[in-house]
Design a protein. Structure first.
Length: 75
């Protein structure tokens, strides 16, 4: 998923227990790999959310009318 080939050396003060949990959850071999996978995941989630917002806006603008034939929708 990583598209960038340029790497830079950074120094962060991070919670080591969170890194270890992320490393296990993401099945990463190293802490660096865990952090990169977590960043990739955050970027992908942001993109999904952006696409959902766009689709929702298009749906609302379409003027479609939804009938609640079972009276289960709140609104």
């Amino acid at each position: 998923m990583t598209t960038a080939t340029q790497r830079s050396h950074k120094h962060f003060q991070l919670d080591s227990s969170k890194i270890k949990l992320a490393q296990r959850a993401l099945h990463a071999k190293t802490e660096t790999e865990a952090i990169e996978r977590a960043l990739d995941f955050a970027i992908a989630e942001h993109e999904k959310n952006r696409l959902v917002v766009q689709a929702t806006e298009r749906f609302i603008k379409s003027g479609i009318e939804i009938k609640d034939v079972y009276s289960t929708l709140v609104g």
